[in-house]
Design a protein around this ligand. Structure first.
Ligand SMILES: Cc1cc2nc3c(=O)[nH]c(=O)nc-3n(C[C@H](O)[C@H](O)[C@H](O)COP(=O)(O)OP(=O)(O)OC[C@H]3O[C@@H](n4cnc5c(N)ncnc54)[C@H](O)[C@@H]3O)c2cc1C
Length: 395
């Protein structure tokens, strides 16, 4: 068993760390104070993504992406996840299902998105359809040569800066025909309903959009009619692993800050780290972080480097493993940032402190891309079908 990062991995990790410290951290206060970035800062950040070669790290070089494998993506996102304000979302990451598009779709959507000229937003959730996407009521019906789409989508992350959607609808209202359509935001019939405020400060918004008689051609179907759930599942697997990476990053920063604060802050004539109550909180944070991170690295390694004969994971196994990673890393981060706030005392409750922002921000990681309960449902299904080998086995 070789647990060492190779030289290329270490270099990538160091560059991602520098990018986070030099580009993302300096934007944190502005993002918190103004609930987002000024157009000038946003434009400068976008240029930095290109200069640092962090555009579309998840897509193939022939489509304009960086072509990193899942393990390398995880190393990068772990560093970005240290930044508050969800600034990790500045480096665009076009959704992976776009890679299954036709040549024409890649030319119109994927490649400009990799170059940073266009931006996508993935819209599945509705007012009545969350954990169970089978309850989606958005429909696409045929009308001569066209498809006509009607529905409403909630919590569309980056919908304010996106210019097209991967829109998950049911053809003819039939859940067996769940299908993803590529829909331009400026298409007639697309309407911004409202932009709700959320608990976290996020560099972009999560608006609600209505789709009212939106007409698109056959060429806007991604992957084929009825392939919606497969595509969405692929997106979930990748995103769940990246949530694991970012929450491990957030936990690491919370521990760093807490350790430094506890060593400097003095009460009753000594640094508070000298009190065992504080030291034990730090100890739990370190031990739990180690457990979550070990699991994250193992699964991302299995996903990209394992190989069938070397403990690698197939598509089904990866789906089951990604749920466990997301569950454990996001719940661990919740506990770690909670202790970080406690260790910081009153300062931990001030928005100017990164630990306060992390506290609000990691909460959603137990909700989006499938709640913790849904991750347990996936894990439970795996146990019923194939036993616990995928979790307990080691090659
Ligand atoms: C900030 C933010 C950004 C988001 N971005 C996007 C986006 O870009 N695109 C998108 O499509 N969606 C997005 N979402 C939606 C997100 O994925 C859903 O909120 C999530 O899947 C939960 O769905 P729900 O909110 O409808 O809750 P519900 O499904 O109504 O769940 C409510 C509660 O019931 C529990 N529950 C439901 N079913 C079960 C079950 N079978 N067993 C046990 N417990 C269960 C849930 O765990 C939860 O605790 C976003 C949400 C947020 C908050």
């Amino acid at each position: 068993m070789d647990l060492e990062l190779d030289a290329a991995d270490r270099e990538l990790q160091a560059t991602a760390r520098d990018f986070t410290r030099q580009v993302l951290f300096p934007l944190e206060d502005e993002c918190e104070e103004h609930d987002g970035l000024t157009p000038e800062s946003a434009a400068a950040a976008k240029r930095a993504v290109l200069d640092w070669n962090f555009a579309a790290i998840n897509h193939a070089p022939e489509d304009g992406g960086r072509g990193l494998d899942l393990f390398q993506q995880m190393l990068v996102e772990e560093q970005w996840g240290q930044a508050t304000g969800a600034l990790w979302d500045i480096p665009w990451r076009p959704s992976i299902p776009l890679a299954s598009g036709t040549e024409d779709q890649k030319e119109r959507f994927l490649r400009p998105a990799c170059r940073g000229e266009r931006r996508d937003a993935y819209a599945i959730t509705e007012e009545g359809a969350g954990s169970d996407p089978g309850m989606v009521t958005s429909t696409a019906r045929r009308d001569r040569e066209d498809w006509v789409i009607d529905g409403e989508k909630w919590h569309v992350t980056s919908g304010d800066v996106a210019d097209f959607f991967e829109l998950h609808v049911h053809v003819d209202g039939d859940p067996a025909k769940a299908t993803v359509f590529l829909v331009d935001k400026d298409a007639p019939g697309v309407r911004l309903v409202r932009t709700p405020a959320y608990m976290h400060t996020f560099v972009f918004e999560h608006p609600i959009f209505a789709f009212e008689g939106v007409r698109v051609g056959e060429d806007r179907i991604l992957g084929g009619i009825g392939r919606g759930f497969d595509l969405t599942k692929d997106w979930f697997v990748e995103e769940r692993l990246m949530i694991g990476a970012r929450t491990v990053g957030a936990s690491t920063r919370a521990l760093d800050l807490s350790l430094a604060f506890a060593s400097e802050r003095e009460q009753f004539g000594r640094p508070i780290v000298a009190f065992q109550a504080i030291e034990f909180m730090l100890a739990d944070m370190a031990a739990e972080l180690m457990a979550a991170k070990s699991m994250l690295y193992r699964v991302c390694w299995q996903a990209s480097r394992g190989g069938a004969d070397r403990g690698g994971a197939d598509r089904k196994e990866l789906h089951a493993l990604a749920s466990a990673v997301k569950l454990v890393c996001s719940e661990t981060a919740g506990r770690i940032v909670d202790r970080a706030v406690q260790i910081h005392g009153g300062r931990g409750y001030m928005r100017e402190q990164p630990v306060e922002r992390l506290y609000r921000e990691v909460r959603v990681d137990r909700i989006w891309e499938g709640t913790s309960e849904i991750q347990r449902v996936v894990i439970g299904n795996e146990l019923h079908k194939r036993g616990h080998g995928v979790y307990s086995g080691w090659v």
